[in-house]
Design a protein around this ligand. Structure first.
Ligand code: WTA
Length: 635
């Protein structure tokens, strides 16, 4: 590994300027020096922003898993690749070496091939945070099957929608999962989902909880006996640079989730490069990211980024509050974690508890601590800095998205002076810009605008599975010639970026991206509901929570409110998942609408926030009187 690492702040600017003057040369060198290729590329980058068409390293041939595992075997065969820390602290942690990981992934890859999975086939993975999840993901990538990991908190209908959208041939799940003191019946959810998924031929089931589950003859098989029969050697598929690597669904502003497609070589180069630089990873470090592999953070910074660097990465099955609020800190102490990467919502929930939970444990191993997923508020930033980082481990506040594949804006530890709530500066090679309402680029500092990226980078998503038009419209049409992030940001007097939040109909709840449209669709399916509008409002722990304004078909049904509230939330749980439940529900007789029938969410947002001061121009409303009613009924 020889990525150039910037040594000080002055050098960052020099390096950055060079990277954007000659981006092709910049990425060419990184790709050339740090990976094993079967064949080199003809061109570093070809692109057309209008058509949203991007090709990185075309002509190259590579396998990302060979780069994650095989090439480390000679030097790091006995090094721990994965530390598995189980939900229950009394269960022993597992240390999986690179050699063992090679064997497990090879066996799994052979099983997949034997079961008829070929390059280009889609495989849905619905597993808890156990080593098998990593093994299955890597096995898919090794044989060129496209993995679609669905977070194991999604409901049966959400799983089904994702399976149907990309036509998965196989589902890999487990007999259940542990989460704190609960067990989750994953196989039951898959069975329910598969009632509507005709493309799925086979289901492989890993054992975790030993729950008594039903196996469907001819479709379902236990994984372990198949693995026991498989050989521990596997010839990896030779992939083209732009061959699909995975699909990962993210919420959009319509009901249908977007299957973001990432491809092979660019994603590999970008996640490896960003991991090394942002976490200042060194050979004997132990890195821990607390995300779930079901989200992009887990894909890029639990699996691919760390393994590409030959790192030791922790996979944690549990939750921060089980068996007590000291669990994170206990695990850091136990495994001598050097880099710790988590979400503001987790920090806020732990900061509410006594800080003695932290101080009981020895955190001196930590060097760098990170934050991701949503803006980190000032109070949480300071708590993290004081109690966890002890004011010596820099906080990397990393801004990025499922669509960007890897981190885009972040301090470089020991290089960029941090500033609370600021993601600070773009990484070398990344060109953020702020745009005004007239679609002009805003120059200078101390400005606010919509955040766009004006030049391609290797980790970017290439399309939305099956809907390139939607990809173009969502990301490349609002500001022609630029990638639109959907986020607003400000640039301070020295050029540091602070992300202020979404400017579209996506609300980030506990770090999870939730589109309001699919939640409204789910609520509207309840037999008593006529119409609904969901907005976010600030919440101490979750960052944002959801507030629902609901019109019932029958005004009289208000009397049963208690039951209805529960039912509506159950409805959301079963359509999307418990993460999308509403914190507050207000029954209303109408919603503020423009003459063209569009709900004025701006007004609803203000009411939900409890800010009744200035609703702006309401003269275009069809029914201005409704605002007063809603205001008076605020819950
Ligand atoms: C938000 C997660 C502020 C942002 C990696 C973005 C952040 C969305 C930060 C993407 C941060 C992520 N500061 N906001 N450091 N990181 N976000 O696709 O609104 O789950 O657009 O990817 O999270 O969420 P996603």
């Amino acid at each position: 590994m020889s990525y150039y690492q910037v040594k000080n702040f002055e050098e960052y600017f020099k390096h950055y300027n060079k990277s954007i003057r000659e981006p092709r040369k910049f990425w060419d060198k990184i790709a050339d020096e740090n990976f094993t290729w079967y064949q080199q590329w003809d061109k570093v980058l070809e692109f057309d922003m209008q058509e949203a068409d991007f090709k990185w390293f075309s002509g190259a041939k590579v396998n990302i898993v060979k780069n994650c595992i095989d090439r480390h075997l000679a030097k790091r065969g006995n090094k721990t690749a994965i530390i598995f820390e189980p939900n229950n602290p009394d269960e022993e942690a597992q240390h999986i070496t690179y050699t063992q990981l090679y064997e497990r992934v090879s066996k799994m890859a052979n099983v997949l091939r034997e079961q008829g999975i070929k390059k280009g086939d889609r495989v849905c993975i619905y597993l808890p945070m156990i080593p098998e999840l990593a093994v299955v993901v890597l096995a898919c990538a090794r044989i060129g099957a496209i993995h679609s990991v669905v977070f194991a908190g999604f409901s049966a209908s959400a799983v089904a929608a994702r399976i149907i959208d990309c036509g998965c041939k196989m589902v890999i799940t487990s007999d259940g999962g542990y989460r704190g003191n609960k067990t989750i019946d994953l196989k039951g959810i898959v069975d329910e989902a598969l009632k509507t998924c005709p493309t799925v031929e086979k289901v492989l089931v890993a054992k975790r909880t030993n729950a008594d589950i039903k196996m469907q003859e001819g479709r379902d098989q236990w994984l372990q006996p198949l693995l026991d029969e498989a050989v521990a050697n596997n010839v990896a598929e030779i992939m083209d640079a732009e061959d699909p690597l995975f699909i990962l669904y993210t919420s959009g502003s319509t009901g249908k989730p977007k299957g973001m497609l990432h491809t092979t070589a660019g994603y590999m180069v970008y996640t490896a490069y960003t991991f090394k630089n942002i976490f200042a990873y060194e050979e004997n470090d132990v890195y821990w990211c607390t995300a779930d592999i079901g989200w992009i953070t887990g894909h890029s910074y639990i699996l691919y980024g760390p393994l590409l660097n030959g790192a030791t990465t922790v996979i944690f099955e549990g939750i921060p509050s089980y068996p007590d609020f000291g669990r994170f800190w206990e695990v850091i102490d136990k495994h001598k974690v050097t880099q710790f990467y988590t979400a503001p919502t987790a920090i806020r929930s732990l900061a509410k508890e006594d800080w003695k939970w932290v101080d009981k444990h020895d955190l001196t191993s930590l060097k760098v601590i990170g934050s991701v997923g949503e803006p980190i508020n000032e109070e949480a930033w300071h708590w993290y800095n004081d109690h966890v980082g002890k004011k010596k481990s820099p906080i990397v506040d990393t801004w990025w998205q499922t669509e960007t594949g890897g981190i885009m804006i972040s301090p470089l530890p020991f290089v960029t002076p941090t500033k609370p709530t600021y993601a600070t500066l773009p990484l070398p090679g990344i060109q953020p810009v702020l745009m005004d309402e007239l679609r002009n680029e805003i120059e200078g500092n101390q400005v606010v605008g919509s955040l766009c990226i004006k030049f391609p980078w290797p980790g970017m998503a290439r399309t939305i599975w099956g809907d390139h038009q939607r990809f173009k419209e969502t990301y490349f049409s609002a500001y022609p010639g630029k990638y639109f992030t959907g986020d607003g940001a400000l640039r301070d007097e020295v050029g540091y970026y602070r992300i202020t939040g979404r400017v579209d109909d996506v609300v980030i709840v506990s770090g999870h991206n939730l589109g309001t449209a699919p939640i409204e669709d789910a609520i509207n399916e309840h037999p008593s509901v006529a119409e609904s509008a969901i907005v976010g409002f600030p919440h101490d722990v979750k960052g944002n929570a959801l507030y629902g304004f609901i019109i019932l078909k029958e005004a009289g049904a208000w009397r049963n409110q208690d039951n209805l509230v529960k039912e509506i939330n159950e409805h959301i749980s079963s359509h999307i998942g418990p993460i999308a439940k509403l914190d507050k529900i207000q029954f209303v007789s109408g919603l503020p609408k423009t003459r063209s029938g569009k709900i004025m969410r701006r007004i609803l947002r203000k009411i939900a926030e409890g800010d009744f001061s200035n609703f702006g121009d309401t003269s275009t409303l069809l029914n201005p009187e409704i605002v007063e009613e809603i205001k008076n009924g605020k819950v």
